[in-house]
Design a protein around this ligand. Sequence first.
Ligand code: BGC
Ligand code: NOJ
Length: 814
Amino acid sequence: MKFGYFDDEKLEYVITRPDTPLPWINYLGCQAYFGIISNTAGGYSFYRDARLRRITRYRYNNVPHDFGGRYIYLRDDESGEFWSPSWQPTRHDLEDYTCRHGMGYTLIGSRYKRIAAHTNYFVPMDENLEIWQLTLTNHRSERASLSVFSTVEFCLWDAQDDATNFQRNFSIGQVEIEDGVIYHKTEYRERRDHFAYFACSDKVDAFDTQREALVGPYRSWDKPRAVERGRLTNSIAHGWAPIGAHQVKAELAPGETRQIIFVLGYHENSRDQKFDPPDSQIVNKRTVKPIIAKYLDSGNVDAAFQSLHRYWKGLLGILQVDTPDVHTNRMVNIWNAYQCMATFNMSRSASFYESGIGRGLGFRDSNQDLLGFVQMVPARARERILDLAATQLPTGGAYHQYQPLTKRGNNDVGSNFNDDPHWLIVGVAAYLKETGDWSILDEPVPYDNQPGSEQSLFEHLQRSFQYTLDRLGPHGLPLIGRADWNDCLNLNCFSDTPGQSFQTTTNKDGEVAESVFIAGLFVLAGRELADIAERRGLAAEAKSYLTEVAKMEDTIRQHGWDGEWFLRAYDDFGRKVGSKECSEGKIFIETQGFCGLAGVGLDDGMAAKSLESVSQYLATPHGIILQQPAYSRYYLELGEISSYPPGYKENAGIFCHNNPWVMIAETRVGNGDRAHDYYSRINPSAREPISDLHRCEPYVYAQMIAGRDAPTHGEAKNSWLTGTAAWNYYAITQWILGIRTAYDGLQIAPVIPKNWPGFKATRIFRSVTYHLTIERAGEGNHVALEVDGVPVHGDTVSPPTDGRKEVSVKGTLT
Ligand code: BGC
Ligand code: NOJ
């Protein structure tokens, strides 16, 4: 069953009923000001950092699930009836409800008693504000006397403190109102130099800034007393819960349409210009007034919306494909690329499942996100790489997370996740291949942000590699530390205390437990580093990296192979994890996918064999399960993985993130049918017809789909912020379609299904547009290329040397 449809022309998903199985959300803003918005206008906004600069309040895990947002109420002042055109919070039976989630905007519209109301919510490019552009039309044959109410609930900036420190917070809320604009200035009197504002394009008939005055005692947002009475009270918040609410009276003749714009924004003043007059306590508004005035003008708003649209058209235009599969086209051309921007911006910090206070930007996550994102905004990718590298420690290890606002490593979580450093090499390699910008390697970057400790980025990469060599275990495999990619395989944790964090508890010295996964990652990263070193003229270093890589491959063959698949790890007792010998957790996906992806076992058949085992033991119609059999009880020596009931999350859930590793591995053994089949099983667009089972949005990937051991097999969870976005984009575009960035040009190496006659694509790469046509002439994966009609040797197209900006490439597969 579906709850809407794709409108590919408009780059939108159109939701046609408000009661989706879960809130289906979108992101507003893609630079510094961000909002999350659901299909019923729920959600919140923040500036840069969802924890430290939360602008509006949201209550997670509420009843109903999604409550609190950018709510507008309409009131028929003759009948006294009021309703929400976004359905929530009043939940009236609306006519013609639609929510169009598009590229950086969400348009929610409906009709009720012949009053149509459409609100376009978006964040203009380069601004720290959001616009709610409301269009009202009276379809009645008589005049309509309406009141329009806009509402937001302000957060007192630090979202964690806001949700916990009530003894203080109920006394600090402060606002100012000037010309109908509501300024939220809590803590501005002391150390904050920022405030929020909420403005309206029309004459404001009344306002409220104290929540209680609007909502009334013992009531909620579905029945605010002041709205019911039809009169806001002009309340001024002193402490308690500051809100912003405007009331605008709208008289509409039959057939008349009217637009009202609301602007919610964030503004910073320089410290010496905080107050106006300077010796007062009044917010200096001179700096923000021109911005407010600009966006209360509908011409400017329309222009800003057009430029947002152009921005996204431009970004998506970097790669467009035309394949025989509509779901591939739609995800590659629109939604997967779009999701990659969200994962790049948010990492895993703020969604409807990530509260914005739990996690900052993850070291491994953000580096992997680059794989899917780097082609879109390379300058920002560069900045991100340098920020990440600056949280690396002198040992080569890394802070596991950092806060986006301060860019400092997060001490609460710390380091010692032994896979982390290698992802920096993988991320930098992706950046270099895309951009050819070798200068980044010479950028001086500190360790742990300590001034004076700067070394070149290249040195950081070398330390990343060395980190593992300094930490080899009894079998010569990498020691796992707290965890590797699988945060829940906590082999040194041994926690028997309820509530203790699996992520930060370490009870063992870590000298025994080893990870075969890190070994595979080491091989991949080592080869990349060798390539990079070679191109920097460091032939001896390159050679030594390759020697270490070869040694590690041998070690994997000797101690990391179980006969039919790659082992997963050795635990603190030196016992195998992910082996036939285990009673549960005999086979894991990570090493099958990653070793194959890294090229381990390609020559000796191990990779192919391990992929057969994946197909036999782990593949389901809903995707590939993380491990089997699921752990049926808690194992002290394994940690969080065995804390989940079977079939969920890391305990035999379909953890979508590593499905694309298997897809890539399948392409490396030449199996395009299987690679694309796996791709389709978790492709959200392909799963749209089973939206009632899948439950999450059909336009973006979710982190997890319940595995076959779960009673809810096929149900997705934790949508939006997942490494799945980048990895699937990378797998389908660079390995299945085979449009692969390489140091020396664009490599064309498709491994597509046998029954595809071919496909077309346009790729902008280093400022040159490549028009690709791939035709199948045989069943294999061998490609013969013609560049502008001239046959070329090999499968890589070098950038034109004569300044041409358009290149035609024809590839024939045999
Ligand atoms: C989750 C992991 C996540 C980890 C760190 C665990 O509870 O299962 O997926 O990576 O927390 O936040
Ligand atoms: C989600 C985390 O963000 C990521 O870092 C980790 O690799 C996966 N979960 C698997 O545990």
